[in-house]
Design a protein around this ligand. Structure first.
Ligand code: NDP
Length: 525
C-alpha cells in the first residue's frame, strides 16, 4: 500500500494532516505543472488503444477494479478516516461501498447503455437511409475532486469516463494527498493499461493548469467559487464540463411525519461527515403541528452524538477538516444569534477532543435573512425554521441560490411526491435523506448555483460519451432533389412535399404526393 513519506523535505510536497489531531501524517510529492503536456500525451496514446476495445471488454476490465476495491475495502476506509476524519463506518459506506457499487454497475450495464442504436426516421423523405447512433469517447477526461468524499467522488466520475472509452486524469484536493496516492495505486492494481488513469497531486493552481493543458472534458466537484473559475477556464477553451457544486439542502417536515424517524434523519443528515457533505441537511422547515416535538427530539438525539477520532468504532462525529471550516460555522452561528436565532445545543469548539472538533448544534428561530440559511454551512449544524404550511416550506426551500438535493417527510406519500415535484433541485427523497448519492441509478447533480450536468446513473455515463449520427444511403446513385440548380420546379416540389407531409386532410396529402412526384421526376438525377 502507498505509505506517506514521513521524512521528505517540505518544498515540493503536500502535507497530509490528520484532522483528529492536526498532526502531520505524511508528505506526498507534488506533480510539477510542466509535466502536464507529457502526461496528457501519454494519456492520449493509452486512450486510443482503450477506446478501440469493445465496451463489453472495457467493462470486463472494470470488474478487476471492483475486485481490488472489494479486497482492500478496510484499508481504503482507514486511509479516508485518517486523512478526512470521518468515522470508519462512514468511510466504508459512503466512500468504499458507493465506489464499488458504481464500478459493478458500470461493468454490468455500460455496454447496454452505450450500445449502438438504430435510428428510425419518421419522415418518409429519409426512409431510404440506414442510420445509427454511435457513442464515442471524448478522449481525456479531467476529474477535479474535493476532499470530503476523497474516494467516492473521483471514482464515480472516473469509472463512467473509463467505461465510455476515455482516459482519466484525476486531480484530488491538496487536503487529501494520501487518498489521492492510494487512488492511483488502486487503478494501477486493477491492470488497466498504463497511463489510462493518472493521478496528479497539487494545489488548486494545478487544477487550473490541467484545464489549460486542454483535456477534452472536465468533471469538477467543489465549491461555487472554484466552479466559476473552472467554468470560465473551460469556456475560454470550449471544453465541455460537468460542475457538481455546493448545496443548501432543504428538509421539509410535514405535520403528519413520523417524527421519531424524521428527527433521526435530520440529525444524521446534518452531522454525517461532520456536516461536510454537498447533500447535507442544511435548512429544515417544519409544519406547525410537528415543530415542537420534532425540535425536542432533534436536540435530544444531537446531544447523544459522540465526538472523537474516526478510527474509534464508537464515535459518531469526527473533526472538521481545517480551522477555516470551523471559523465559517462560527461566523454563521454568530450572525444567526445576533439576528435572533437560539442555539438549543452545541455551538462550541471542543478542544478537549482535538483542535478541529466542533459540537453538533441545533439552532431554532432562524429565518432567510441569516447567513446560516443562505450560505453553505458545511458543518454539524441543524437549523430549524417553523413555517405556516407545506406551501410556505416549498416557497422558502426554492428561495435558495442552490438546487442540489432536498427531502420531504410525511406519512402521505402522494403529498410528499407532489411537494417533491415542486422543489427546484436535482433530487428529492421522500422519507429519506442523502442516500441517493449511493444509489448508482440516481442521477446526481444540481440546478442554479449547484452546477450543471450529471454524474452517476445512465445520464452520468452518457455525459462521458459523444453521440455520433452515422447514416448510409440505400440509393447512393440518386441525386437529392433539393440540390442545385434551383428553379421554379424546386419550389413546386417543396410545396408538394409540405402538402404531402402536413396537409390537413388525406386528399390534400395525396395531392401533395402527386405534385411532389411530378416535379421530382423533372429534376436532374
Ligand atoms: P474547492 O472548490 O476548494 O476544491 C475542489 C477541487 O478543485 C480541489 O481539488 C481544488 O484543489 C480544486 N481547485 C481549486 N481551485 C481551482 C481552480 N481555480 N481550477 C481548478 N481546480 C481548482 O472545494 P472543496 O474541496 O473545499 O470542497 C467542498 C465543496 O465541494 C463544497 O462547496 C461542497 O458542497 C462541494 N461538493 C459538491 C458535491 C456535489 O456533488 N455537488 C460533492 C462534494 C462536494 P485544492 O483543494 O488542492 O485547492
Amino acid at each position: 500500500m502507498v505509505m506517506p513519506d514521513q521524512f521528505a523535505p517540505a518544498l515540493a510536497y503536500l502535507d497530509s494532516i490528520d484532522p483528529a489531531t492536526e498532526e502531520l501524517i505524511g508528505r506526498f510529492e507534488v506533480t510539477p505543472a510542466e509535466e502536464l503536456p507529457r502526461r496528457l500525451e501519454h494519456a492520449r496514446r493509452a486512450q486510443r488503444e482503450w477506446a478501440a476495445l469493445p465496451v463489453a471488454e472495457r467493462a470486463k476490465r472494470l470488474e478487476a477494479l471492483a475486485g481490488v476495491f472489494e479486497r482492500r475495502r478496510r484499508e481504503i476506509a482507514e486511509v479516508v478516516t485518517r486523512e478526512n476524519g470521518k468515522p470508519l463506518a462512514e468511510a466504508l459506506f459512503s466512500d468504499v461501498l458507493v465506489s464499488l457499487d458504481s464500478i459493478r454497475w458500470h461493468a454490468r450495464y455500460a455496454a447496454r447503455i452505450l450500445g449502438e442504436e438504430r435510428v428510425r426516421h419518421h419522415n418518409p423523405i429519409f426512409k431510404g437511409k440506414r442510420a445509427r447512433l454511435v457513442s464515442e469517447p471524448y478522449g481525456i477526461v479531467a476529474v477535479i475532486a474535493p476532499w470530503n468524499y476523497p474516494i467516492a467522488i473521483p471514482v464515480t466520475a472516473a469509472v463512467p469516463a473509463l467505461a465510455a472509452g476515455n482516459a482519466v486524469i484525476i486531480k484530488p484536493s491538496e487536503l487529501v494527498p494520501w487518498c489521492g496516492a492510494l487512488l492511483g495505486e488502486l487503478f494501477d492494481q486493477a491492470g488497466l493499461p498504463v497511463d489510462m488513469v493518472q493521478v496528479i497531486q497539487g494545489p488548486g493552481a494545478l487544477g487550473q493548469a490541467l484545464i489549460e493543458a486542454r483535456p477534452d472534458k472536465v468533471v469538477f466537484t467543489g465549491s461555487v467559487a472554484s466552479g466559476q473559475k473552472v467554468a470560465e477556464a473551460c469556456g475560454r477553451r470550449l471544453i465541455p464540463s460537468v460542475l457538481e457544486l455546493g448545496g443548501k439542502d432543504a428538509m421539509i417536515v410535514l405535520a403528519d411525519a413520523d417524527l421519531e424517524v424524521a428527527s433521526s434523519g435530520a440529525v444524521w443528515g446534518s452531522c454525517t461527515n461532520c456536516g461536510q457533505a454537498c447533500l447535507s441537511v442544511e435548512r429544515v422547515y417544519v409544519e406547525p403541528g410537528a415543530l415542537e416535538r420534532f425540535t425536542q427530539l432533534c436536540v435530544e438525539k444531537t446531544k447523544q452524538l459522540r465526538l472523537g477520532p474516526g478510527l474509534d468504532p464508537n464515535v459518531d462525529v469526527g473533526p472538521l477538516i481545517r480551522r477555516r471550516q470551523i471559523e465559517r460555522v462560527e461566523r454563521q452561528l454568530e450572525d444567526a444569534t445576533r439576528r435572533g436565532a437560539r442555539i438549543l445545543c452545541g455551538g462550541r469548539r471542543r478542544p478537549d477532543c482535538g483542535p478541529l472538533f466542533f459540537e453538533p448544534t441545533v439552532v431554532s428561530g432562524v429565518d432567510s435573512s441569516m447567513l446560516l440559511m443562505q450560505e453553505e454551512t458545511f458543518g454539524p449544524v441543524l437549523a430549524i425554521q417553523g413555517v405556516a404550511d407545506g406551501e410556505e416550506a416549498v416557497r422558502l426551500a426554492n428561495e435558495s441560490l442552490f438546487g442540489l438535493g432536498a427531502s420531504v417527510w410525511t406519512r402521505d406519500r402522494a403529498r410528499g411526491e407532489a411537494i417533491a415535484r415542486q422543489l427546484r433541485s436535482g433530487s428529492v427523497m421522500v422519507n429519506d435523506v442523502m442516500s441517493c448519492y449511493g444509489i448508482t441509478e440516481a442521477p446526481h447533480g444540481g440546478r442554479a448555483a449547484s452546477g450543471w450536468g450529471r454524474t452517476h446513473s445512465r445520464f452520468g455515463l452518457l455525459e462521458m460519451a459523444q453521440v455520433k449520427y452515422v447514416a448510409s444511403d440505400l440509393f447512393p446513385r440518386g441525386k437529392k432533389p433539393w440540390w442545385f440548380p434551383y428553379d421554379a420546379g424546386v419550389i413546386e416540389l417543396a410545396d408538394g412535399v409540405f402538402q404531402a407531409l402536413f396537409g390537413a386532410k388525406p386528399a390534400a396529402r395525396w395531392r401533395g404526393v402527386r405534385n411532389a412526384w411530378c416535379h421530382y421526376r423533372e429534376r436532374p438525377h
